[in-house]
Design a protein around this ligand. Structure first.
Ligand SMILES: CC(C)(COP(=O)(O)OP(=O)(O)OC[C@H]1O[C@@H](n2cnc3c(N)ncnc32)[C@H](O)[C@@H]1OP(=O)(O)O)[C@@H](O)C(=O)NCCC(=O)NCCS
Length: 213
């Protein structure tokens, strides 16, 4: 992909290469990962999809690998969505520090810190799914439509539901092991392009030596 190219398809302004549209240094997106939004401008991904991710407080990261497919309305909820459970009350008193004469530097006590959201390569995130803070999603996983992902997802696992539970693996264990070793998403563009027929028809055997095609 040319550096900073926003739209992968001519005439389609509903689909963007995410890394070309995100500004926040705490959001890292791999090459070719795309986002489609047919309701709002997909260039507003940060504003509409990365929620409760306030720059002044927790410094959490959203990290998404390469060749990801992110469907319309997927949401990533960060720590500031999690009112603390350590308190006797879920009311976020530290946010209203002026009213309650609390120290501003203790504002993060309003939330239970959950940490980064880390998503691997070749992950497909379904329509209107929600990924909660601290969740790690492995390479090749699929998040079903409207799933609420509360726990880590193993590589090449399909999850769905509320809370999201494994539905099945995409491949048998041996195939998954080979794919994770192969890491085709790290190949140069030309190699991926040359090997696309094998990738697209699921021909792992002929992918194992990327120099032979
Ligand atoms: C999750 C998904 C990939 C599963 O596909 P699949 O493996 O072909 O699934 P099946 O239709 O064979 O269903 C398998 C089981 O999962 C359940 N299931 C399927 N999708 C589900 C979802 N989103 N949430 C909860 N359960 C789901 C089915 O009810 C079925 O349950 P059962 O075994 O108890 O009968 C697919 O249903 C999905 O949600 N895709 C995302 C579509 C999307 O959001 N596209 C956006 C445009 S890119």
């Amino acid at each position: 992909m040319p550096t900073n190219q926003i739209y992968p398809r001519s005439g389609d302004t509903q689909t963007v290469y995410l890394r070309s549209v995100v500004q926040n240094p705490n959001i890292q997106i791999g090459e070719y990962t795309m986002y489609n939004d047919f309701v709002h401008d997909p260039r507003e991904f940060e504003k509409r999809c990365v929620l409760y991710h306030y720059p002044i407080v927790n410094h959490d990261h959203l990290i998404i690998g390469k060749y990801g497919s992110i469907a319309c309305g997927a949401r990533f909820l960060f720590t500031s969505a999690h009112h603390t459970m350590r308190s006797l009350s879920t009311y976020p008193f530290p946010i209203f520090y002026e009213e309650w004469e609390l120290p501003l530097e203790e504002i993060t006590q309003a939330w239970d810190h959950r940490g980064d959201i880390v998503i691997g390569n070749d992950v497909w995130i379904g329509y209107e799914s929600v990924v909660l803070a601290g969740v790690h999603i492995g390479d090749g996983a699929i998040i079903g439509t409207r799933a609420v992902v509360t726990k880590d997802v193993e590589p090449y696992t399909i999850v769905g539901g509320v809370p999201a539970k494994p539905i099945r693996k995409r491949f048998d264990d041996e195939t998954i092991k080979k794919l994770l070793a192969l890491k085709w998403w790290d190949w140069p563009h030309e190699t991926v392009k040359r090997q696309l027929p094998q990738i697209m028809r699921g021909d792992l055997e002929h992918l194992e030596n990327p120099k032979v095609s």
